[in-house]
Design a protein around this ligand. Structure first.
Ligand code: CP3
Length: 339
């Protein structure tokens, strides 16, 4: 598989491509399904999950599928009350306040607590071309803690950062518990067909390098150490973590995801030559005219040069009203590129 080869920095004819949130609302066929099924319904109905996971592959023929789910889904068996509100994204109705709240959290058991996800992975792996990879994923401890503490995330991160310093024992017990959940959750996904894993730290960039190193690095390193035996490449993506790059190469992940504020060549120098990179076209570029998207995609690929170990992707998830025509140009430009 070209995607797996690139993760392990083996030579390929061109960079592989997939992108974050590739199954989603910018696709009319996804909106059609969402009109009939609630978000959690889609995740929990293996046949529907198969359908939406495959939609972008059928349309664009990229090199990897990412299982359709959400980083917050494993929080449901832990005891969180989760809903997805129209236009507002995920909401947790019983956020963590005290040490008792953390103590009450249940440790999910796999496969029992996530059987639908397991079944969906099997169905996708069965239908996906054998040359294409299936990516499983999880949220990183800090990003999960953001939702668990704030209930709703996005506007301001201040409440979360205050909590972290006001109740350090509660905060640290919580991120520890999420770490204990993530490791068997990753194992569950690989057992059911995932060929690679991505750990998303979507909010990790709001932390200082000092606090990230002090609190998060030991947990991320543990996740990588304890999933190494699964023998699949692990991608670690910290959105907004440009100031963390100088130590991200040490966590044990095979691939580091780059957002669009992290120039590729400079990032590869910082990360060292044992690390592959993924990214990083600004998703906003897909709103430009075709010729410009083509030029910017090429510029991204040329920034890597001919070093093996680059996976073409966006610098973060695709935006929900992105023109499909722009996406087509982006994917085609990568598929037609040759080193
Ligand atoms: O195609 C894929 O990438 C696979 C599916 C996927 C979703 N969420 C589906 C989804 C993945 C990998 C995620 C991960 C995820 N979820 C992250 C990490 C990646 C990132 O974007 O930083 C985070 C922070 C979440 C939490 C989350 N879930 C948010 C913030 C939202 C709201 C987004 C919005 O614009 O409304 C969701 C809901 C969600 N997860 C949607 C999708 C397609 C949209 C909801 C819908 O279809 O109604």
């Amino acid at each position: 598989m070209i995607f797996i080869d690139a993760c392990y920095r083996r030579k390929t004819l061109r960079p592989p491509i997939w992108f974050m949130r590739q199954a989603g609302r910018y696709l009319p066929e996804f909106r059609e399904i969402r009109a009939k099924h609630g978000f959690i319904d889609v995740c929990n109905t293996p046949e529907v999950c198969l359908e939406v996971t495959m939609q972008p592959i059928r349309r664009f023929d990229m090199d990897a599928a990412i299982i359709f789910s959400d980083i917050l889904m494993p929080l449901v068996p832990m005891g969180f009350e989760l809903t997805y509100e129209k236009g507002e994204g995920p909401v947790i109705h019983n956020p963590i306040r005290t040490m008792d709240d953390v103590a009450r959290l249940r440790m999910p058991e796999f496969p029992q607590d996530m059987t639908q996800l397991g079944r969906a992975l099997q169905l996708v792996r069965g239908e996906l071309d054998s040359e294409k990879a299936l990516i499983g994923f999880a949220g990183a401890p800090f990003t999960l803690a953001c939702y668990a503490i704030a209930g709703q995330v996005g506007k301001s991160m201040d409440d979360i950062r205050h909590f972290m310093f006001a109740k350090p024992d509660v905060f640290e017990a919580l991120i520890e518990k999420f770490t204990d959940m993530i490791i068997p959750y990753f194992e569950h996904q690989v057992k059911n067909g995932a060929d690679a894993l991505q750990l998303f730290d979507s909010w990790g960039g709001v932390l200082s390098a000092f606090d990230y190193q002090r609190l998060m690095l030991p947990l991320i390193s543990r996740i990588m150490r304890e999933t190494r035996h699964l023998n699949v490449p692990r991608i670690f993506f910290v959105k907004g973590g440009a100031h963390l790059r100088w130590f991200l190469g040490t966590v044990g992940a095979e691939v580091i995801g780059l957002d669009w504020t992290m120039p590729i060549a400079h990032s590869r120098r910082l990360l060292g030559d044992q690390i592959a990179v993924q990214g990083n076209l600004d998703p906003a570029v897909l709103y430009a005219e075709p010729g410009y998207i083509r030029r910017r995609t090429r510029a991204m690929l040329e920034a890597n040069g001919d070093r093996p170990g680059h996976i073409a992707n966006l610098g973060h998830g695709i935006h929900k009203d992105t023109p499909v025509s722009g996406v087509e140009v982006f994917v085609e430009s990568v598929l037609n590129y040759r080193y």
